[in-house]
Design a protein around this ligand. Sequence first.
Ligand SMILES: [Zn+2]
Length: 264
Amino acid sequence: MRLVPSVLAVLLLAGCAGSLAGRLTLPDRNTLVRDELVIHSDFPLSAHHRLFEELTSQRADLCRQLALPTSDEPIDVYLFENPERFQGFMRLHYPKFPDRRAFFVETDTHLTVYAQWGDRMAEDLRHEVTHAYVHAVAPNVPVWLDEGIAKYFEVSRGSRGLNRPLLDRLLVRMHQEHWQPNLQRLESLRGSEDMTQDDYAEAWAWIHLLIESRTDRLELLRGYLSDLRAQGAAAPLSARLDAGLGQPNVVLLEHLGQLEKGAW
Ligand SMILES: [Zn+2]
């Protein structure tokens, strides 16, 4: 999920007990730098070495596949040791944000990821750090595209972006409700808070199709991102897919059918 903070709540903690104040501050006892990632926590980070190496390898994968340059803009990643401390911090500093396990926040000067320790930490970090990698080099990325790319890269390396829970969700919709994709509708969404789980799944499916099926389709996505970088705006991807794929909805449904058969 990506969010742009509106007005940050400021709460003076005068008179609060020290333990409460401690829970509401950022974890910063330990710091580890890996390329542009600056990882902060109050617990030892060395034991999680493999996860952080995977995140840096993921940046190389993303830049290669999407033909994006790398950036040296720092990305601060704050890891909270438990959900309680994470939620306490987020409610204080970002009271309007929905209840999630992790966030990416972009301001004029900082790219920041907040995440809580837990079973899905690796997936959450891969997702949120993807947002940061993309935002570091490309402006004005539409929310559906931003989330679709993050859903593609949140699965472990080597999975070729196959996000099984999202695929299964779409297959159920297809078989039970004759679901049809609608990219123009996705393009009309303004914030990730407007997106349903079905929208996330469809966004992932378009990105998986473009990256994984054929080189000429991948070039459509790369060209769109390149135009965004060069001009700050670009003609909608749906129009490019209409021109390049003929019947994009049919192509996407066929792609999902291939995935269902395990032809991946
Ligand atoms: Zn996201």
